[in-house]
Each structure stands twice: as structure tokens, then as C-alpha cells.
Design a protein around this ligand. Structure first.
Ligand SMILES: Nc1ncnc2c1ncn2[C@@H]1O[C@H](COP(=O)(O)OP(=O)(O)OP(=O)(O)O)[C@@H](O)[C@H]1O
Ligand SMILES: [Mg+2]
Length: 265
């Protein structure tokens, strides 16, 4: 089955939210489920320079990160006196080479900074290469760093679906609200919604808050002992059984957001 994409190719989904809310687990399971349901080319981008855990969760480790590439390119300009423009011309090719493939999907990683300083150079480079590395894929799923940085810096400006993951705390919902406000200013998202994760007990207060803020609630993923057990043993999250509760809920979410009707209202 193919995804009907109403926008310019590819469809881009970004996963954002408060630190530790479950962004990477949800990215990994979304990728696994979509790859089983649809015959499409999927690119996963681990865009989190602080906690780059996606590759472990999907059991696919790229040989080179964007950060490594950036350092090598700077080195080439400085030590080999290679013409800057020539290096710039080849960036897309080099980045393309750094994508690792499995039979289900491909993965590209921003990587952790190798020296002192902030993440701005990596984020700026990611923003620059995102369009070119995405163009050969049908679907791009970006696991973002926690908080607002990559939205405010317009790294994910061209997102189609913005999924905001929240745990069952008021603080996390407040972060979600702040993310929506920034996303309205700095991205061109078509659809946005909340995924409430690690749900257990009575969450009426949280759901009331979500409703009052007029945030669309797309899915509730339960606190799942299977995930805890896999993490405890260091096993890739994509291998959790298809009958586990979290898997089934993320499958429902997938069917909802990839249904063409999702974009109609
Ligand atoms: N539904 C769930 N049930 C049980 N444990 C979960 C669930 N979702 C996530 N977790 C656990 O919560 C922790 C944080 O998850 P994850 O790393 O996906 O969050 P994150 O938002 O990507 O964090 P960071 O901001 O550090 O990148 C992990 O230990 C993960 O196994
Ligand atoms: Mg993460």
C-alpha cells in the first residue's frame, strides 16, 4: 500500500515534546509499523544531539553522523586548502553516503557534538541538508531534541505533521502548548496533535487541560511493561511484540494520521 500524499513529496513527520516524554520510543515504533503497513521508502532522522538513542532503538547504527561530517569538511578546508565552494558542492553527496539502510527503512543521525560549544552549527547544517537528503524518500520521520530549539531555529520548518509527545504531567502539557505557539510562527505544519504517553491511572485532569488548550489529542499510549523490560535488557524497541498494548495504540495512531481524511478537517 502507498501513502496518499497531498503535499510536495515527501511527507514529513516531526516528533517533538518535553525531555523524556517518549519521543524516541514513539518514533521507532511508528517507523516499524509504517514499514509493515506501507510499501514506501522511509527515512528516519535522529536529530537529537543530546540523547541520540534512535539508532539503538531501531537497531541501525550509521557509520558517520552529520557532526563528524561537518568536522571532516572543516578539516579539509583548513588543512588541505580545498576550495570552499567545491566542498560545499559535495556536501549533499557526502551526507547521502552517511545514510544507513535496512530492509525496512534508512537512518541518518545528527550525532553528538565532538567539541565544546552549542548545537547551533549542527542544527544549521541539518536545516540546510534536510531537503536534499529527503527528496528520494516517500516519508521522513524526524526524532527531534527536547523542547523548542529546533522549532525556533526553523530546523524543521517544512514539517507536514507535528506530533507533540507528552507524559501525564501538567508541565509536559504546558511544554506542548509552548511548542504549538512556536510551531505556528516558525514552521509550516499542516496538522498538529498531542500523543499522551505513559498513560496510567486517572488522567482526567490532564485531558481537561488538553481540551481547554484546544490541543487535538491524537492518541493515548499506555505505560507498557514490555517497553520497560526491553529497555532493561537493552533490546531494540522495534522488536516488541505486535500484540503489546503500546504497539497496538501506535498502530491505531498510524492509521489515523496516514489516512487522507486526516488532512481534510
Ligand atoms: N509507553 C511507555 N511505557 C513504558 N516506558 C516508556 C514508554 N514510553 C517511553 N518509555 C520509557 O521512557 C523513557 C524515555 O523514553 P524516550 O527515550 O523515548 O523519551 P525521549 O522523549 O526521546 O527522551 P529525550 O528527551 O531524552 O530524547 C525510556 O526509558 C523509555 O523506555
Ligand atoms: Mg529521544
Amino acid at each position: 500500500m502507498k501513502i496518499t500524499n497531498h503535499f510536495d513529496k515527501p511527507l514529513t513527520i516531526s516528533i517533538v515534546g518535553k525531555g523524556g516524554s517518549g519521543k524516541t520510543v514513539i518514533t521507532a515504533l511508528l517507523a516499524k509499523i509504517i514499514s509493515k503497513l506501507y510499501k514506501i521508502k522511509i527515512l528516519l532522522i535522529d536529530a537529537d544531539p543530546t540523547h541520540p538513542h534512535l539508532s539503538h532503538m531501531v537497531n541501525l547504527v550509521p557509520e558517520k553522523s552529520l557532526e563528524r561530517l561537518r568536522i571532516e569538511l572543516i578539516d579539509e578546508i583548513l588543512t588541505k586548502a580545498t576550495d570552499f565552494e567545491k566542498v560545499a558542492e559535495n556536501i549533499d553527496l557526502e551526507v547521502y553516503d552517511a545514510i544507513i539502510e535496512s530492509k525496512d527503512f534508512s537512518l541518518f543521525s545528527i550525532g553528538q557534538p565532538e567539541g565544546p560549544g552549542c548545537f547551533c552549527p549542527s542544527n544549521a547544517l541539518l536545516r540546510k541538508v534536510l531537503g536534499s537528503i529527503s527528496k528520494d524518500f516517500d516519508l521522513v520521520i524526524i526524532d527531534c531534541e527536547a523542547g523548542l530549539e529546533q522549532i525556533n531555529r526553523m530546523v524543521i520548518e517544512t514539517v507536514d505533521i507535528l506530533l507533540i509527545v507528552s507524559d501525564i504531567s501538567i508541565r509536559s502539557i504546558e511544554t506542548a502548548e509552548a511548542i504549538r505557539n512556536s510551531a505556528k510562527r516558525f514552521t509550516k505544519y499542516k496538522k498538529l496533535g498531542i500523543i499522551l504517553n505513559r498513560v496510567k491511572g486517572n488522567t482526567d485532569i490532564i485531558k481537561k487541560k488538553i481540551k481547554n488548550l484546544n490541543l487535538p489529542l491524537l492518541a493515548e499510549i499506555p505505560e507498557d511493561n514490555v517497553i520497560t523490560e526491553f529497555e532493561l535488557k537493552g533490546k531494540p524497541i522495534i522488536d516488541i511484540p505486535e500484540k503489546s498494548e503500546s504497539y497496538l495504540m501506535i498502530k491505531k495512531l498510524t492509521e489515523k494520521i496516514l489516512n487522507p481524511n486526516f488532512f481534510k478537517n
